[in-house]
Write a protein of this length. Structure first.
Length: 86
């Protein structure tokens, strides 16, 4: 194989890898959740307001979730309950 063909294949592989790994940021209006989505992976920084349970109680879902090829490999997101005193 000639040197020129090897160079073209190497550059094509590099461009394809770059396209598959460059994320697009998505911002949700649920309290501040941000999702970085690429073809090969997805990173979600959860900050979702679940709603009020009473007069002075609010519930949030916070944490980080990482998915590779659609499978969750890391998830530390939890529900947090915040109580306000009056």
């Amino acid at each position: 194989m000639s040197r020129k063909k090897k160079l073209i294949r190497f550059l094509a592989a590099g461009i394809l890898l770059a396209v598959l790994t460059i994320p697009e940021a998505r911002y949700y209006k649920d309290g501040g959740t941000v999702e970085y989505h690429a073809v090969l992976y997805q990173i979600i920084h959860w900050h979702s307001m679940r709603g009020a349970e009473g007069d002075h109680i609010e519930t949030y879902y916070e944490g980080v979730e990482i998915r590779i090829l659609g499978k969750t490999v890391y998830n530390n997101a939890k529900d947090y309950v915040i109580r306000y005193c009056e």
